[in-house]
Design a protein around this ligand. Structure first.
Ligand SMILES: Nc1ncnc2c1ncn2[C@@H]1O[C@H](COP(=O)(O)OP(=O)(O)OP(=O)(O)O)[C@@H](O)[C@H]1O
Ligand SMILES: [Mg+2]
Length: 259
């Protein structure tokens, strides 16, 4: 039996992947899912910083065999568990094939123990990040309306279709001025995918720009805890509900273990 894995990628850095992965983990937990959030950004791991955690054990310890997964996965007050990463432990890209195989087996163990794993990926398109993205059931590609972000999101989608042709990849437009402009950003990218990749990209959701997001990050408290009713929180909850109800790879209704 294996749980589902939802990975969050972008290409361009700083678009809001880590914040979204945390917020989605919490929103999905509120929907009744059992969620493990895994920090898959080896270069600049910072889920622990955004969550205000001070972990003594992390993914690097699990990979090195110093502890098992259950010892490093911390319960968070937001209702989900988190397996922190270690900033500066060496770029994910530097993992050799044996290291990558160990990482994949840690993720397989995570999926055996949790019905849903949310994996926060680093920016960029290095082979290890691509391999992690390709092993997800659903890849959420985060973009903003900036041309560089859209170009990089397109590149991620293009490579992902090559790495995992049957995989489910969807777009999240983050930091949108409003829902309508987020939809326009999605339409622009999806048209390019239709023209050059043989099919558009489904929209997972639009998340509006909200000053409460940087404010809660500065406070190292998840947005859904600090400002549960704010615009970005509403958008993340809607996004989580849409994911949980999709008839696509993540399965009807729930992220339950397949029987
Ligand atoms: N919806 C939003 N509204 C306002 N600000 C946002 C929103 N989403 C993200 N941000 C801002 O973007 C910044 C970067 O977010 P985050 O660190 O999650 O990005 P990232 O894509 O994980 O970056 P990296 O590529 O470095 O891992 C945050 O500090 C936050 O202030
Ligand atoms: Mg990040």
């Amino acid at each position: 039996m294996s749980g589902k894995m939802l990975a969050v990628a972008s290409g361009k850095g700083g678009v809001g992947k880590t914040w979204l992965a945390i917020s989605l983990a919490q929103a999905l937990a509120q929907e009744g899912e059992q969620v493990l959030l895994v920090d898959g950004d080896f270069g600049l791991a910072n889920t622990d910083v955004q969550l205000g955690l001070n972990p003594t054990l992390d993914l690097a310890d699990v990979l090195a065999g110093r502890c098992d997964l259950a010892a490093a996965a911390l319960p968070h007050a937001g209702g989900f568990a988190v397996l922190p990463g270690r900033s500066g432990s060496g770029a994910l890209a530097a993992l050799d094939s044996a290291g990558l195989a160990r990482l994949q087996s840690v993720l397989a163990a995570a999926r055996a123990a949790w019905p849903l794993v949310v994996l926060d990926l680093g920016a960029g398109l290095d082979p290890a990040t691509r391999s992690l993205a390709a092993s997800a059931d659903t890849l959420l590609v985060v973009a903003t309306d900036e041309p560089t972000s859209l170009t990089d999101a397109y590149a991620v989608l293009k490579l992902h279709r090559r790495d995992a042709p049957a995989a489910d990849a969807r777009l999240v437009v983050n930091q949108a001025a409003d829902q309508a402009s987020g939809l326009r950003t999605w339409a622009t990218l999806s048209r390019a995918c239709e023209s050059f990749l043989g099919g558009g990209v489904p929209l997972a959701g639009v998340v509006r720009r909200d000053p409460k997001v940087p404010e809660s990050i500065r406070r190292q408290t998840p947005l859904l805890t600090r400002h549960p009713g704010c615009t970005a929180a509403q958008d993340v909850v809607a996004l989580a509900r849409g994911l949980a109800q999709t008839p696509l790879a993540i399965g009807p209704g729930r992220f339950h273990h397949p029987t």
